[in-house]
Design a protein around this ligand. Structure first.
Ligand code: DQA
Length: 146
């Protein structure tokens, strides 16, 4: 069974309430429900997680690497600062799609830098919460060798 781990970083637990003009009104639970249904329809197994703590994300990336699972990663603000997450992706040889709800390149300069992008297999940003669905579609296609 194809396995996909969706990992969410800091403040994404506030999706739906937090800056709705930037991130929209959908909650992370809404995203999880939609992605779980899509994964099930595609015959994939989906694990969906969120943490505000960098070390949890490091542990989960390593776990996904060990399990050979594909990763959809919205690392939130750690995207722009975390060498530890970048090292975890490389060290665990995890196949990662970097995801952002907002178009980070149309925002503040500090959001234009990503520690993850150079070691990600692909990037989806700026489609609102639909970014997650597009990343899942892309990752499933990659893993099916399409
Ligand atoms: C974000 C963009 C980041 O810059 C920000 O720190 C977030 C959310 C996004 O999904 O658009 O927390 O990753």
């Amino acid at each position: 069974m194809k396995s996909i781990h969706v990992l969410n970083g800091p403040n994404l637990n506030l999706l739906g309430q937090r800056e709705p003009d930037v991130y929209g009104r959908e909650t992370l639970a809404d995203v999880e429900a939609r992605l779980s249904a899509a994964a099930q329809a595609a015959g994939a197994d989906l694990l969906f997680r969120q943490s505000n703590h960098e070390g949890d994300l490091v542990d989960w990336i390593q776990e996904a690497g060990r399990a050979g699972a594909g990763v959809i990663l919205n690392a939130g603000a750690y995207t722009h600062s975390s060498i530890a997450l970048r090292d975890a992706i490389v060290g665990a040889q995890a196949q990662v799609i970097e995801v952002h709800v907002s178009n980070v390149h149309a925002r503040e300069d500090f959001r234009h830098v990503s520690m993850i992008a150079p070691v990600a297999r692909g990037i989806v940003a700026g489609f609102g919460t639909l970014s997650y669905d597009l990343a899942l579609q892309g990752l499933l296609a990659l893993r099916a060798g399409k």
